[in-house]
Design a protein. Structure first.
Length: 57
């Protein structure tokens, strides 16, 4: 759980570098897909999206 959250934060920081509209859209997309993946992980189901997570067994 802890490792997964770190991965999300690292991705967000990379995107936060720019100030234009595209960067904001990317940031929102990462937030959305991160939330979706959290939900899917809680339900023990796997989904694919643009955010890469480090899975801890």
């Amino acid at each position: 759980m802890q490792q997964r959250k770190k991965a999300i934060v690292l991705k967000k920081e990379k995107v936060l570098d720019g100030d234009n509209k595209t960067e904001a859209l990317k940031r929102d997309e990462i937030r959305r897909s991160a939330a979706l993946t959290e939900r899917a992980t809680m339900n023990d189901s796997k989904i694919r999206n643009k955010v890469t997570f480090i899975e801890m067994e």
